[in-house]
Design a protein around this ligand. Structure first.
Ligand code: BV8
Ligand code: ZN
Length: 261
């Protein structure tokens, strides 16, 4: 973190002149698309379950049918939702930075693939995705983008008949090695770090926020309508919804950056 004497304008100018921007996205980025945040993903039917009770290998072993029904419900919901202004602004920023010889790395905790549907290219899914499912017995994987529910729960493997699960990272499971490697390298190199719509409490991803805030020379911004445990460490905090604040920040950067980087 470095002291930002200025204001939003200073931050936007520094964002436009960045060499490497890392954005970390949490459920709050997809909230404005109608995808419930992880904590709110217990809407209605699921209200009585604690997500960590449904998002673990133990829960799947205990009740595979209930767990895959929850994930199938969220999978269908993700397919019905559309990217919002925040997803689109991040894709615009990535494109604009690459046109100006700078890098952009998007680390997302979201499993809905809305960033990719908005056009983001460099996306690392730290917690996997709802749209790929794999067999727990033989490991066979497949994209599952049909809008209707699976015919049975847990869905059976076409190859061996074993029970299939979503390719998401459950509590107590390791994150994908590729995603960790990419995040390690990006956070160690970035000069601007954006934390967008995340509660910043789930590790190891929350640890990347800590690393970015501790890095001298890294400018850090948080966008979240609520404070988080890390809010005090940021150079700029926008207490607003991502769908409003992310497009505003990106637009301000592009307007400033256009005047000779
Ligand atoms: C690991 C995929 C070890 C699944 C997710 C005890 C036992 C076991 C593990 C632990 C333990 N104690 C601690 C741990 C570690 C644990 C952890 O951190 N637990 C926390 C709860 C303390 N982490 C793990 O288990 C990780 N694995 O440690 O493995 C290991 C080591 C070696 C070898 C083997 C294993 C795995 C963590 C990943 C879990 N999977 N998701 C699924 O989706 O079902 S995590 C899930 O919660 C989400 O993916 C997300 O990443 C995370 C936090 O959610 P957020 O994205 O922040 O969303 P949330 O709802 O929390 O908050 C929304 C935010 O948005 C809020 O701040 C809100 O204000 C804001 N917001 C709302 N609206 C808007 C908005 N912002 C902007 N605009 C808006 N409109
Ligand atoms: Zn199989």
């Amino acid at each position: 973190m470095i002291g930002l004497m200025g204001t939003f304008d200073d931050f936007a100018s520094r964002l436009a002149g960045a060499r490497h921007v890392v954005a970390l996205a949490g459920a709050g980025v997809s909230a404005d698309s109608g995808v419930p945040t992880f904590r709110d993903a217990r809407s209605g039917l699921w209200a009585k379950y604690d997500p960590t009770e449904l998002a673990s290998p133990q829960a799947f072993a205990r009740d595979p049918q209930r767990v895959t029904q929850w994930y199938d419900h969220r999978r269908q919901l993700a397919l019905q939702c559309a990217p919002n202004g925040a997803h689109e602004a991040l894709a615009t920023l990535e494109h604009w930075l690459s046109e100006h010889g700078a890098r952009f790395t998007l680390l997302t905790q979201n499993v809905d693939r809305l960033h990719q549907r908005a056009g983001s290219q460099c996306v690392h899914e730290m917690h996997g995705t709802l749209l790929r499912w794999r067999c727990s017995a033989c490991g066979a994987e497949a994209l599952e983008t049909h809008p209707e529910p699976f015919a049975m729960h847990p869905p059976g493997c076409a190859r061996c008949g074993g029970p299939r699960r979503p390719c998401v990272v459950w509590f107590g499971e390791m994150l994908p090695a590729e995603a960790l490697r990419a995040a390690d390298a990006a956070v160690a190199d970035c000069d601007v770090f954006l934390s967008l719509g995340t509660s910043a409490v789930v590790y190891p991803v929350a640890g990347y926020i800590e690393r970015a805030l501790a890095r001298p020379g890294t400018l850090a911004g948080e966008i979240n309508p609520e404070p988080t445990p890390m809010s005090d460490g940021f150079d700029l905090v926008l207490r607003d919804r991502a769908a409003a604040a992310v497009p505003g920040l990106v637009q301000a950067a592009i307007e400033r950056g256009g005047n000779g980087r």
